[in-house]
Design a protein around this ligand. Structure first.
Ligand code: SF4
Length: 216
């Protein structure tokens, strides 16, 4: 594991591409000794384990915990606390310098966007809106704060389709002018690895996706 000492921008003539290209890109960035700044949206600590496992040795990662979908507040607090615990443990173990950005928790931002979609099944239209809401805020912050790219840990979840999430991120990246780094973190036994790492760090693993509708 490298430390986050040296930073460098991504070459502007080689934009980040699809998931398969992203894996090649990881190797290329490593080989070139670059250390691009990535804003990594984290949905929860268990999924973040896999994100850090794959990405923190290559990128200078800042974790962005923006999840207005979470309900009730106690659940938000519990997931946030576990993200804090994981980031601190990771920095201590690997000598990284990962920081955590916490936008204000405003559940109404999610509820107003998903109004009328309450009865949608998981992975239906409500979820696409939910992914886009969280990724758009991540992209906006990344652009405003000089990050080289942004990504998300959402694709770690066994029921979270990279084929839906990645195009949303890529389109937002194009629109807002900051590259989206596509992943499918559940691949290559990624989901299983997240379970092992969650156990190792003693992390809380939730039993529902996050919003009040998914808890029913
Ligand atoms: S089920 Fe999960 S992804 Fe879908 S709207 Fe609820 S919190 Fe968001």
């Amino acid at each position: 594991m490298q430390t986050n000492q040296s930073r460098a921008s991504l070459p502007k003539d080689k934009p980040l591409g699809c998931y398969a290209q992203s894996l090649e890109e990881l190797e290329r960035i490593k080989a070139a000794g670059l250390r691009p700044k990535m804003l990594l949206h984290a949905c929860c600590a268990p999924c973040l384990t896999r994100g850090l496992d794959l990405l923190s040795g290559v990128f200078c990662v800042t974790v962005f915990f923006y999840n207005p979908n979470l309900a009730p507040q106690d659940e938000y607090d519990k997931r946030l606390e576990n993200v804090r615990v994981l980031v601190a443990a990771w920095n201590a173990e690997y000598g990284t310098d990962i920081s955590l950005v916490l936008p204000e928790y405003v559940p109404q931002e999610f509820l107003s966007q998903t109004n009328g979609l309450e009865a949608e099944p998981e992975n239906g239209a409500r979820c696409s809106v939910c992914y886009a809401l969280r990724l758009e805020e991540t992209a906006r912050y990344a652009k405003q704060n000089g990050f080289d790219c942004f990504s998300t840990t959402l694709t770690t979840g066994s029921r979270k389709p990279a084929a839906v999430i990645n195009p949303i991120g890529a389109e937002l990246g194009r629109r807002l002018g900051v590259p989206f780094f596509e992943t499918d973190l559940k691949k290559a036994d990624g989901y299983k690895k997240s379970l092992v790492l969650s156990e190792k760090y003693g992390l809380y693993r939730q039993h529902y996706c996050g919003c009040a509708f998914s808890s029913k």
